[in-house]
Ligand binder design. Structure first.
Ligand code: IPD
Ligand code: CA
Ligand code: CA
Ligand code: CA
Length: 258
């Protein structure tokens, strides 16, 4: 199966998911909590994930799937077929409260290696997609250049709220050394901001479905995606992930490990 065939399918699923979300988000939204009052899930998170899973199972029979809301497959690296990682709605809190700044995301691995990924900003109808299978990343139809290598002093940094509140690993020093701090509340949208060259760094505790699509896309364009200890990110575990331009990466690692 060629990457074009996979790409055609996935794009049509993402568009159908968008339609479902837009149709139901105002009239048929059921919100419940998972681990606590700020960890939300809606009927649409579950429906969109089930929709992707049913399509994958129909069209790509020998696949394995890791989905945030339902299936927790192990063995990503050892599997030699297609491995799919799904975050049906990334930024569920934004989805519920703001009705914007959320994304639907899919990452695809083939023979254990990153292949193609998709981050879809649903409300802006902006799809960022690509990866090693194409050697390029696109925003809708436009091929993206590598983001400018902004140094920390010339760039905006996004840091997740709990890290700022706890001044985790000295993040306030990172903010002071930058042009300013932003908190969007969706890992997918934060990755898009880096990929489009709007921000120079993003620091957050993330799970595999939060960071794998952005990692595939960001690394294809030369962004650095490492742990806060400057280690390789383990693709099957949760980590504090630092996504940055190469120059901001070096400065931030120095500041947080001082
Ligand atoms: C969350 C968002 C948020 C990040 C959290 C994630 P979800 O994903 O990406 O920005 O700070 O760690 O869990 O649960 O809304 O898909
Ligand atoms: Ca969630
Ligand atoms: Ca997520
Ligand atoms: Ca989610």
């Amino acid at each position: 199966m060629s990457w074009q065939a996979i790409d055609n399918e996935v794009k049509s699923w993402l568009k159908q998911a968008r339609k479902l979300i837009l149709t139901k988000m105002d009239s048929d939204l059921q919100v419940s909590t998972k681990s606590g009052p700020n960890d939300l899930v809606t009927n649409l998170d579950k429906q969109v994930e089930q929709f992707y899973i049913s399509q994958i199972k129909q069209k790509f029979k020998h696949s394995r799937i890791l989905g945030e809301e339902s299936c927790k497959e192990e063995g990503l690296l050892s599997f030699d077929g297609l491995f799919w990682v799904i975050d049906p709605i990334d930024g569920t809190m934004n989805f519920v409260k703001e009705k914007e700044n959320f994304a639907s995301m899919i990452a695809i691995y083939k023979q254990g290696k990153p292949y193609i990924a998709y981050i879809y900003d649903v409300m802006k109808d902006r799809l960022v997609w690509g990866g090693p299978a194409l050697g390029a990343v696109y925003c809708n139809q436009t091929q993206l250049p590598a983001p400018k290598q902004h140094a920390l002093k010339d760039g905006l940094v996004a840091i997740s709220c709990p890290m700022v509140l706890a001044n985790y690993r000295n993040v306030v020093e990172v903010i002071k050394a930058s042009s300013g701090c932003r908190m969007v509340g969706s890992a997918g949208i934060e990755f898009i901001n880096l990929i489009l060259g709007k921000h120079c760094a993003y620091l957050s505790y993330l799970r595999p479905w939060d960071f794998l699509p952005g990692k595939i896309l960001g690394e294809t364009l030369g962004l650095s995606v490492k742990t806060i200890d400057d280690e390789k990110v383990d693709v099957v575990s949760s980590s504090v992930v630092l996504v940055a331009t190469k120059s901001a990466h070096t400065e931030i690692i120095e500041l947080v490990n001082r």
